[in-house]
Design a protein around this ligand. Sequence first.
Ligand code: SF4
Ligand code: SF4
Length: 277
Amino acid sequence: MANATNDRRKFMVKTIQSIGLATMGGLLWSGYAIEAKGSPLVLRPPGALPEEDFRQACVKCGLCAEACRNRESNIDKETGEQREGTIKMAKGGEEAFIGTPFFVPRDVPCYMCDDIPCVPVCPSGALDMPSLLNEKGELDINKATMGLAVLHKESCIAYWGLQCDACYRACPLLDEAITLDYIKNDRTGKHAFLLPNVHSDICTGCGLCEKACVTEKPAIFVLPREYATGRPGDHYVKGWDKKDQQRAGQRKAEEIETHTKRSDEKPVDYLNKGIEY
Ligand code: SF4
Ligand code: SF4
């Protein structure tokens, strides 16, 4: 009888252990699957193809990270010591797709090297050199679109009225990618706000501003452009912008079929309706 009870107990323990292991395995696997997929918010080196194409093209060789770490400016002239490079290769537990290069500006931003050593070494085209060539056919780091700096006004102390221009000064495209807007501080009546303003057409997403920000968690931070920008839709047209008006003019209304007879009135007639001069 005692033997039968012991056998039953052993069976129960084994069953529970198996269920526990299976559950743990499932959890580990789902964690691994999330990790293997990587966060969409990860920042890639200069010239990287769009994220999906990049993941397919990158052969995870690490040459970009090596070139970044070995660049001359990364060696301390006095001590000869090599600093940590900007580009890291993702390991398990990090936010990027395992084995691919990425950077975290708050740790090490991109210093926007003139010769962009990380890009020409890429053997797969995942870092696309032609996208960084200027009109003269020279490599131009200002053409990089690694991300876009986003400012959270509520946590930016300059928006409180305190004097801080850390991000503005850190920006390698000084007074272009970030400008300061001078606005009267009505609360004190005698001071001015100096408000950082990011210009998305110039910002490369290097992250030097994020690194320099003095707040505990940076009030200015870089996101991949796709996540940092909105999209108004093609049906909104800037009436004061000739280029945008041409874009709207390119829509050929006659190509769109409709059963309702089109009005012969012009838009301007409609807008002026009911206005007395
Ligand atoms: S351009 Fe940026 S990522 Fe490339 S080598 Fe220089 S610091 Fe590193
Ligand atoms: S050099 Fe190119 S292929 Fe190699 S890890 Fe860097 S991006 Fe990927």
